[in-house]
Design a protein around this ligand. Structure first.
Ligand SMILES: [Fe+2]
Length: 139
C-alpha cells in the first residue's frame, strides 16, 4: 500500500496553475494516505476524505474550464473521467463510516487515479500545451 506520493518533475505539465494544484492535490491525498489506522482514526480519515473530495472537485473544475478555453480535443473524455472519479470518491464517503473500513480500497482507487489522471491524461495535456504557439500555455 502506498503511504505517500511525491510530486516530481515527471508529473509537471508546464502550466503554473495546474501544476500547483496537482502539488496541492497530492498533499491533500497524502494527508489521507498517512493515516495509519483508518478504523481507529475514523474521524480523521473521514475528514481527510471529505477534504480530498472538495479539493478534487475544485481542481477538476479548474482544469475543465481551461480545457474549454483551449478547445482541448479531449475535454469531453476528461469531463467524464473526472465525473467518474468524483462519483467513486463520494460514494465511498456516503457509505457512512464504512469508508474507514474500506480504506484499503480507497487507497487502491487513489493509486489508480493518480496513475490514470496525472500520468496518462494530464501528460497528454502537457503535450497539447507544448505544441500550442506563443504564450498560450500561460492563459
Ligand atoms: Fe489534473
Amino acid at each position: 500500500m502506498i503511504r505517500s506520493i511525491t510530486f516530481s518533475d515527471h508529473l509537471t505539465i508546464g502550466h503554473e496553475a495546474i501544476d500547483s494544484q496537482h502539488q496541492e492535490w497530492i498533499e491533500v491525498a497524502n494527508q489521507l494516505l498517512r493515516i495509519d489506522d483508518p478504523v481507529e482514526d475514523c474521524e480523521a480519515f473521514s475528514a481527510a476524505l471529505l477534504h480530498l473530495i472538495r479539493y478534487t472537485r475544485h481542481h477538476f473544475a479548474t482544469e475543465e474550464g481551461l480545457m474549454e478555453q483551449w478547445a482541448y480535443p479531449r475535454v469531453e473524455a476528461q469531463r467524464q473521467a473526472h465525473a467518474r472519479i468524483l462519483a467513486d470518491l463520494s460514494a465511498s464517503l456516503d457509505e457512512d463510516r464504512s469508508s474507514c473500513e474500506v480504506a484499503q480500497k480507497i487507497h487502491e482507487m487513489l493509486e489508480r487515479w493518480i496513475i490514470e489522471h496525472l500520468l496518462q491524461e494530464d501528460l497528454l495535456l502537457r503535450d497539447f500545451l507544448a505544441q500550442r504557439p506563443g504564450d498560450a500555455a500561460e492563459a
